[in-house]
Design a protein around this ligand. Structure first.
Ligand code: ATP
Ligand code: MG
Length: 211
């Protein structure tokens, strides 16, 4: 479970994006985060994902206040409990697709062989296994998104945050992505999806709209 309590946030030199935001995202729940472009959906995912820190208020994970922890401890929490799919995939261009997918798993202490097997399974499930040896600069935008999804799913994280994960996908491929996120929620994860996609919104359990 992830909670925002009284969260305020602004980037330096800009107006507040959030002033006193309270929101709770439970286990087994898939929530659509909606709002106009530029409203702050990605920013809220970064706050909930402990990549940005609120200027006031606190983010709680499983009831524990964590947004004030030092960098190292937040990184550790992220590595072990979060999967994050960035809006632009954010793959490391210098490594192969496969190495991008298994990187977090190695950081968590898995063996390379077992991480590789799991990663190849996931890449196959999303139809991008033939690109496993390519560099991110050599794959399409939609393939990069699915590779980022594989990376996020690999550790079976308790919290899965996805930033417009179907933005570059055809409806059929988008469905495989939505179904995999939904399956993680059914298995107990907290899933939050920033999206403009009506099909995704429809499939979520509820919607949090940023007015
Ligand atoms: N690092 C930054 N420094 C200053 N302003 C920023 C920074 N990152 C984002 N912003 C601004 O904060 C606002 C919210 O951005 P954010 O990316 O969270 O919006 P969004 O709702 O995800 O939009 P979109 O639907 O286009 O992805 C925007 O006005 C953006 O220009
Ligand atoms: Mg965004």
């Amino acid at each position: 479970m992830i909670e925002a309590r009284g969260v305020a946030f602004k980037y330096p030199g800009t107006a507040h994006l959030f002033e006193r935001l309270d929101a709770t995202f439970g286990q087994n729940e898939m929530v659509a985060l909606t709002g106009a472009s530029g409203r702050g959906k990605s920013t809220l995912l970064y706050l909930l994902g402990l990549m940005l820190q609120p200027v006031e208020g606190e983010v709680y994970v499983s009831g524990v206040p964590v947004s004030g922890l030092r960098d190292r401890d937040r990184s550790k929490l992220r590595a072990h409990h979060y999967g994050f799919i960035f809006q632009d995939a954010a793959l490391d261009p210098s490594r192969t697709v496969l190495d991008n997918v298994i990187e977090g798993s190695l950081y968590r202490g898995d063996s390379r062989a077992s991480a590789r097997l799991k990663a190849m399974d996931l890449l196959e499930q999303f139809g991008v296994e033939p690109r496993s040896d390519a560099k991110p600069g050599q794959v399409s935008g939609g393939q990069a998104q699915r590779i980022a999804l594989c990376r996020a799913l690999l550790g079976e994280p308790a919290h899965l945050l996805a930033d417009e994960p179907t933005g570059n996908l055809d409806p059929r491929t988008a469905e495989t992505v939505i179904e995999s996120l939904s399956e993680r929620a059914r298995e107990g994860a907290t899933v939050i999806i920033a999206t403009h996609d009506p099909v995704v919104i429809e499939r979520c359990d509820r919607r949090l709209h940023l007015p």
